[in-house]
Design a protein around this ligand. Structure first.
Ligand SMILES: [Zn+2]
Length: 197
């Protein structure tokens, strides 16, 4: 009796045959590595931050309280800053319970399984740069004059990519809407022409 030969799947990693277990573990490491690279690099500084920052008043006012004892926090008690592009987390010590709080300076979206973390201001900055035809270098020259810390090349590129996808989606939507309008107008004109004939 003829019996089909079951073929064993071969797993290869960098041109070398490896076990399925090793292959899966390498794959996991690669995915996790990519995830890590996606996160913005944080610039950490101690003491009161120097220079000018973009601050969303509503966000900072809503967050200026201690998460432990609920007492008010004061900017004068800032002990450091974790900066990601133009957005920051201010490290502010509570005067009552001495807990070191992390306070956002502008809108921030935490990472989810299918979305990367992002600061609203960085996305706006990338959009503004694209809109005015600036690259990362020109943008940083502009920010330097304002005494605002620069955006690193990697952060700028990441947000440029995010904005690029959004811009393309909006453009596609506009094209579809324009095509629909064009079609509607043609139909209307045809009706008018038919009446004239
Ligand atoms: Zn407190």
């Amino acid at each position: 009796m003829w019996r089909a030969k079951t073929e064993k799947k071969i797993f290869k990693w960098k041109n070398e045959i490896v076990s399925e277990q090793l292959y899966n573990s390498r794959l996991k490491q690669r995915v996790n590595g990519k995830k890590r690279k996606i996160k913005d690099k944080e610039e950490i500084c101690e003491g009161l931050p120097e220079g000018i920052r973009h601050v969303d008043f509503r966000v900072i006012v809503e967050n200026l309280y201690c998460i432990k004892c609920k007492e008010n926090l004061f900017l004068r008690n800032s002990e450091g800053e974790k900066r990601r592009g133009l957005g920051s987390f201010l490290m502010i010590r509570c005067e009552t319970c001495l807990y070191l709080n992390s306070v956002l300076t502008s809108q921030f979206q935490s990472a989810t399984e299918d979305r990367q973390s992002m600061f609203d201001i960085n996305a706006r900055c990338a959009l503004g740069a694209i809109h005015s035809g600036l690259g990362c270098t020109q943008l940083n020259k502009f920010l330097a004059v304002l005494n605002v810390p620069p955006l690193s090349q990697s952060i700028y590129k990441r947000y440029e990519k995010i904005i690029g996808i959004a811009v393309e989606a909006v453009a596609e939507e506009s094209c579809l809407a324009a095509a629909k309008e064009e079609r509607q107008l043609t139909v209307e004109k045809m009706e008018e022409l038919k009446k004239l004939l």
